[in-house]
Design a protein around this ligand. Structure first.
Ligand SMILES: [Zn+2]
Length: 474
C-alpha cells in the first residue's frame, strides 16, 4: 500500500444473538430454532408484535440484555446504569411499523477495547459503543416482485461500533476475526452461520469524506471489500474526482462496491424515545455476576498455553483461534506428547480444515477421532504421510480413522510384514543409484528413500526408510 495515502476505517458489526426467543416477543428465535429443526417455512415464527401490528405490546427479553451485557464486558466496555430503547423512523418494506426499535441516546455499553496482534505487534482497537436492536424482516427479491419473510423480524442484534482506529483492510479483517472469536468463546451467537455476523464499514482516505459499505457478511469478505473500495477512492482522487459522503453496497459475486444512496445523517431518522418499553437497569450485582462468569477468553488462553505447555506464541495463537480446536488440543495433550498434540491440532488439522473451508464444528469431526489418530501416529502405527492422508479422508467421509484405513486400504507400519524385503528389492532394482550413493552421492540416498516410500504408498516414512537402507547397505 502506498506510503502517502492515509486510510481510516471504522466498523459497525451486527451480531444475531442466540437467545431462545426474540427480543420483544415470545416467538422462537429462528437462529436457535433452525439448528434444531431443519426446515423453517417463511412467516411461521411470527406474532402481532414482531409483525408490527398496531396495538401489540412489546416486552424486552431479559435474556437478550444478559447476552448483550456479557459480550460488552468481554470487550472491556463500561455498562450503562440506566438505558432505554428508541424508535428509528424510516419507511421500508422490511419494517412494517415504519420504525426500528433500537438504542441511540444511551447505548447499553461504551468505551471498550479489543487487542490485536498484527505481525507480532500489539494494537488496541477502541470500541465506541454497543447497543441492542431488532433485526428487520428479510426481503427476498425475485425478478418481478419482492417477498417478505417476517421470521427474521425481531431476532435480537447487538451492534458493535469501533472508533476509526483500523488503518488497513487487513487490520479490519484481523479485528473482525478476533471479535468473532471472542463471541464464539462466549457462545452468544451461532458461529457456524456466516450470516450471523454482518458488518457495515466506513472508510475514508487522506482525511476525505467517508463512504459507508453496507452488509458485508461474515469475516472473510471484509478485506476484499475494503481493498476494492480503497483502490476505487484512490483512483477517483487521482482523476480529480471528489469523494462525497455516500452509502455503497458490497457485491461479493463481482467483487465490487456499487452506489446505493447519498448518506443520510443520524438526525434524518428522527429518533424518539420508545414509550411501549420500560427503562432498562442492569444492576451492579448482575454486572458483577456476569463478569465473574465470563469464560477464559482467547488472550488469556493464549498466555496460559504458552506458559503451561511451553508453546511458541505463534502455535498458541493458532490453537486458540478456534475454541473447539483449543479444547481438542488440551484433551490430546493429556493423552499424547504435547508436541504431537500441538502440531496435529495447530498445524495439520487446521491446514486440512482451511483447505476445505470449514471450521471444526462445521466439519462434523469428533474430537475422539482426532485423538485416536494422534495416538496411532505417536505409536508409529502410521507414518506422517499416511496419517495426514487418513485425516483428509476423515474430513471428506466424516468417519473415524479405523474405518477410513479399512475403506481406503491404508497400511499400518506393523502390517508391512517385512520392510527389509521391500528395501532389498528397491536396492536391487536401482543398481545405479545404489552405486552412486556408495561413491558418496547423498542425493542418490534420497532417491532410494523416495522409492521405498512409493513402494509402500507412504506407510514407511522417510526416516524409517533411510535407517533401513543404511542398515542393509552397511
Ligand atoms: Zn413474535
Amino acid at each position: 500500500m502506498s506510503d502517502e495515502t492515509t486510510i481510516m476505517i471504522g466498523l459497525e458489526t451486527h451480531v444475531q444473538l442466540n437467545s431462545n426467543t426474540k427480543i420483544f416477543c415470545g416467538c422462537p428465535n429462528p437462529v436457535v430454532y433452525q439448528t434444531k429443526n431443519k426446515e423453517l417455512k417463511p412467516n411461521t415464527l411470527v406474532c402481532p408484535t414482531c409483525l408490527g401490528l398496531p396495538g401489540s405490546k412489546p416486552r424486552t427479553n431479559k435474556k437478550v440484555v444478559e447476552l448483550a451485557t456479557k459480550a460488552s464486558l468481554a470487550v472491556n466496555c463500561k455498562i450503562a446504569d440506566r438505558t432505554f430503547f428508541s424508535r428509528k423512523t424510516y419507511f421500508y418494506p422490511d419494517m412494517s411499523k415504519n420504525f426500528q426499535t433500537t438504542q441511540y441516546e444511551i447505548p447499553l455499553a461504551e468505551k471498550g477495547i479489543v487487542e490485536l496482534n498484527i505481525d507480532g505487534k500489539k494494537k488496541t482497537i477502541r470500541i465506541r459503543r454497543i447497543h441492542m436492536e431488532e433485526d428487520p424482516a428479510k426481503l427476498i427479491h425475485e425478478k418481478d416482485f419482492t417477498l417478505v419473510d417476517y421470521n427474521r423480524s425481531g431476532i435480537p442484534l447487538i451492534e458493535i461500533v469501533t472508533e476509526p482506529d483500523l488503518k488497513t483492510p487487513k487490520e479490519a479483517r484481523l479485528y473482525l476475526q478476533k471479535l468473532a472469536m471472542i463471541l464464539e468463546y462466549l457462545k452468544v451467537y451461532d458461529s457456524t452461520t456466516e450470516a450471523a455476523l454482518k458488518t457495515d464499514a466506513n472508510i475514508s482516505i487522506n482525511g476525505g469524506e467517508r463512504v459507508e459499505i453496507k452488509n458485508i457478511t461474515g469475516t472473510k469478505e471484509i478485506e476484499r471489500a475494503l481493498s476494492y473500495e480503497f483502490i476505487r477512492q484512490k483512483n477517483a482522487v487521482k482523476r480529480g474526482v471528489k469523494i462525497t459522503q455516500e452509502t455503497r453496497q458490497w457485491v461479493p459475486t463481482t467483487g465490487i462496491t456499487k452506489a446505493l444512496r447519498k448518506k443520510e445523517t443520524e438526525a434524518d431518522y428522527g429518533y424518539i424515545f420508545e414509550p411501549d418499553l420500560t427503562v432498562i437497569e442492569v444492576e451492579k450485582k448482575t454486572k458483577e455476576k456476569i463478569k465473574k462468569e465470563l469464560p477464559e477468553l482467547p488472550d488469556e488462553k493464549e498466555k496460559r498455553f504458552i506458559k503451561q505447555y511451553k508453546l511458541t506464541q505463534k502455535m498458541a495463537e493458532s490453537l486458540v483461534a478456534e475454541k473447539d480446536i483449543a479444547d481438542l488440543f488440551e484433551i490430546a495433550a493429556k493423552k499424547a506428547a504435547t508436541a504431537n498434540a500441538a502440531s496435529w491440532c495447530g498445524i495439520v488439522l487446521k491446514k486440512t480444515l482451511n483447505y476445505n473451508n470449514l471450521t471444526f464444528a462445521q466439519s462434523e469431526l469428533k474430537k475422539d477421532w482426532i485423538i485416536e489418530l494422534i495416538i496411532s501416529y505417536e505409536k508409529k502405527e502410521y507414518s506422517d504421510v499416511v496419517a495426514e492422508k487418513i485425516l483428509r479422508k476423515m474430513v471428506d467421509d466424516k468417519k473415524d480413522s479405523n474405518e477410513i484405513a479399512k475403506k481406503y486400504k491404508f497400511q499400518k507400519l506393523g502390517d508391512l510384514k517385512d520392510i527389509s524385503a521391500i528395501v532389498k528389492k528397491v536396492i536391487s532394482s536401482n543398481k545405479k543409484a545404489t552405486d552412486d550413493y556408495k561413491k558418496g552421492e547423498e542425493k542418490s540416498l534420497n532417491f532410494l528413500v523416495g522409492q521405498v516410500m512409493r513402494e509402500t504408498k507412504g506407510a514407511v516414512d522417510a526416516n524409517t526408510a533411510r535407517k533401513k537402507i543404511l542398515e542393509i547397505l552397511r
